[in-house]
Design a protein around this ligand. Structure first.
Ligand code: FMN
Length: 192
């Protein structure tokens, strides 16, 4: 069967959490941002706006705010993944952005659809990055503090907008991580 570049891109993207000490080139950033704007969008609103951060000091500050906020938000008992995350969050060396060279927040004017539009825009950025050899990881932990009014102002996000996604980018250190096992799709019902 002929190679299918779209399926290959979808399957080769991995959550990357370790990066080369090398900036993401402006040309790659431009390509990823353009890819974001080709995402589907309800009633063609195209609500996505982007905040780009390459400053390590800024990322460290946001990480330091996110860690206690997340610890407070997570339950004291839970499954292994939650308990593992809680343990990482108490480690002073753990940075929720993993020292990535680039952090992008995607925000949009609040609407019932903006979360979907902005999420798909962020996914397009990740896939476009992957096609250029740029690794990425969605950082849910990064959004926890981003909607605080003071932080929003710092990120240039208007009051009537909400931050929906935080994604880190950079060149993977030591190659792409191994894919976790993917479960088969669960079809609840099929009505023909
Ligand atoms: C909504 C969402 C939030 C996530 N938040 C984090 C996060 O805060 N920190 C992190 O290291 N990875 C985070 N991830 C990445 C997932 O852990 C990763 O996608 C998952 O383990 C599957 O691995 P894969 O992307 O390589 O297939 C998040 C992914 C999603 C979709």
């Amino acid at each position: 069967m002929a190679a299918n570049p779209i399926l290959e891109a979808i399957k080769s993207r991995r959550a990357v959490r370790s990066f080369e000490d090398k900036p993401v080139p402006e040309s790659a950033i431009k390509t990823m941002l353009e890819a974001a704007t080709w995402a589907p969008t309800a009633i063609n609103m195209q609500p996505w706006k982007f905040t780009l951060i390459t400053s390590k000091a800024e990322m460290n500050g946001l990480s330091d705010l996110a860690k206690p906020a997340l610890l407070r938000a997570l339950p004291d008992v839970g499954d292994e993944s939650i308990m593992g995350l809680k343990q990482r969050l108490t480690n002073p060396k753990y940075n929720v952005f993993y020292g990535a060279p680039l952090l992008v927040f995607v925000s949009g004017a609040k609407s019932p659809f903006a979360v979907n539009d902005c999420t798909m825009a962020a996914q397009n950025m990740m896939l476009a990055g992957c096609s250029l050899g740029v690794g990425s990881c969605w950082i849910g932990s990064g959004v926890v503090v981003a909607n605080d009014p003071k932080i929003k102002a710092e990120l240039g996000v208007p009051d009537d907008h909400e931050v929906y996604a935080a994604v880190i980018f950079g060149y993977p250190k030591g190659g792409m991580p191994k894919a976790p096992q993917k479960r088969a799709p669960v079809i609840l019902k099929r009505i023909d």
